[in-house]
Design a protein around this ligand. Structure first.
Ligand code: LLP
Length: 460
């Protein structure tokens, strides 16, 4: 928003994305909070019935609290929306831990991994290898070998080198590895440049335009070690508009028709990737899984009918849309610094080491005073971390009660995806724990890092 175009021009700093303060700063918009989050009669935020004041005492701050009830419900909603005719692969990069793998397994989802580390976590926690898909634009031969040996369900090929590499490993192990080819469909997704992946000038996939994708199909079909089962496309992340998926599905189906015409083979699967947006603030309006399933199903069926193809089995890979809304980060306020005529800087005990998304993508978050309610006037704040960097911002623009004080707890919702998984040790910060909460019980699923952990890696 340009300076001077909002209602708070007088009190406002030159730049800001904020809108008017919510009428009631204590209110919780269910769109951005995990399903079981409420306030109790004392005004304290609760999750799964547990007050954050107690959780902070037991587990410390900063910490991620993940609503397991909500996570499982979202898994089921995706599973039910797509039904037995399609597959839902949870994208583990959003957040993965052994507990999450078990929940996915129990709720009937599959899993997409993109590194040896994610694969190891999945296998260790008992996800059947056949239900795992392996992504990545530069998988090492060792990672490929591990996956093929385990009997992984599919490998998504991302380059000409990889076609040869996977075929070679499969040949050595005497198996025929199911693979998909990731194609770049040339769609401009309306999202931040760093999380858009289907335009041509980027590192992922093989372009449809110019014939790279068709050439990849030709090469893959010739190799005995590969069983080419389908085409994969992922257009980006935090997308609300289904138009991009429509174009992508149409182009993928076109390729299937070309493959049939050239090789006489009808590939049985297409994967349309993940990328469905969630509400980070009240301004975002995400779609429900059943609407998404319906829209995608109709697009693919229509395109296949017009190309004279049998409808392939569809799969999708939501990460953020499942885990994103299920967690919030709890911080303790350390300092409250009013800057005359600008805003108040509120420093918390975490920062860019537990949420890099604000600095990296200009992501917007909201924040609420969690340890109590307040009737004080709204004040314009920027919630910042404790790192040695002025870009260390958690919530760029928000309103909090003017009586905010050190020791208060703040909660930032919708931090379940890409916050803990992108956490760092910058400034030797200790990465926060993830605590799962379910029906009145809280348990650590990823423990807090300790100074011993840091020093153990530093071998002197
Ligand atoms: N499938 C593939 C092949 C992907 O590359 C991704 C995400 C997904 C599925 C899941 O996308 P989701 O449904 O979670 O949007 N760090 C960024 C997001 C990077 C996404 C990378 N790939 C962020 O914090 O926004």
């Amino acid at each position: 928003m340009a300076a001077g175009t909002h209602d708070y021009a007088q009190a406002a700093p030159p730049e800001g994305h904020y809108s008017a303060p919510a009428e009631d700063l204590n209110a919780l918009d269910p769109k951005v909070w995990a399903r079981t989050v409420r306030r109790d009669e004392d005004g304290v935020l609760t999750v799964g019935g547990l007050p954050v004041t107690r959780l902070a005492e037991e587990f410390g701050t900063p910490a991620f609290f993940l609503d397991e009830t909500d996570f499982r419900a979202r898994c089921r909603a995706w599973r039910d929306a797509f039904g037995a005719e399609a597959d839902v692969f949870y994208a583990g990069k959003a957040f993965l831990s052994r507990a999450v793998v078990r929940w996915l397994h129990e709720e009937g989802l599959n899993l997409d991994v993109c590194s040896g580390g994610e694969l190891a976590t999945a296998l260790d926690a008992g996800m059947p290898a056949a239900r795992i898909a392996f992504h990545g634009n530069n998988k090492t031969t060792a990672e490929i070998r591990r996956a093929v040996e385990a009997g992984i369900g599919r490998i998504v090929l991302d380059s000409f080198e990889e076609i040869v590499r996977v075929a070679h490993v499969a040949g050595e192990l005497g198996v025929r590895q199911p693979v998909q080819i990731r194609v770049t469909v040339g769609v401009e997704a309306h999202t931040h440049e760093f999380i858009a992946t289907a335009h041509e000038d980027q590192k992922f996939g093989l372009a449809l335009a110019g014939g790279q994708a068709a050439e990849a199909v030709r090469r893959a079909l010739k190799l005995d070690g590969l069983e080419l089962v389908g085409i994969h496309s992922h257009i980006g992340s935090q997308i609300f508009d289904m138009a991009g998926f429509e174009v992508s599905a149409r182009r993928v189906v076109q390729l299937l028709a070309e493959v049939r015409d050239e090789h006489g083979v009808e590939l049985p699967e297409i994967d349309l990737g993940g990328g469905l947006g969630i509400a980070y603030t009240s301004d975002d309006d995400p779609r429900e899984p059943h609407e998404i399933a319906k829209a995608l199903g109709e697009i693919v069926t229509r395109e296949c009918e017009s190309a004279g193809l049998a409808t392939p089995r569809i799969s999708v890979e939501p990460g953020r849309a499942i885990v994103g809304p299920t967690a919030f980060t709890l911080y303790e306020v350390g300092t409250v610094k009013p800057l005359e005529g600008l805003r108040t800087y509120v420093s918390v005990d975490g920062g860019m080491s537990d949420n890099i998304r604000t600095a990296l993508y200009d992501a917007e978050y909201t924040v609420t005073l969690a340890s109590r309610t307040s009737d004080a006037e709204p004040m314009l704040v920027r919630v910042v971390g404790k790192h040695c960097e002025s870009g260390d911002i958690v919530v760029r623009d928000a309103f909090l009660p003017a009586d905010l004080a050190p020791g208060d707890l703040l909660a930032v919702p919708a931090t379940g995806a890409y916050c803990r998984s992108m956490a760092s040790n910058y400034n030797h910060a200790l990465r926060p724990p993830v605590v799962a909460v379910d029906e009145g019980a809280a348990r650590v699923v990823v423990r807090r890092e300790t100074e011993e952990d840091l020093l153990r890696l530093d071998v002197g």
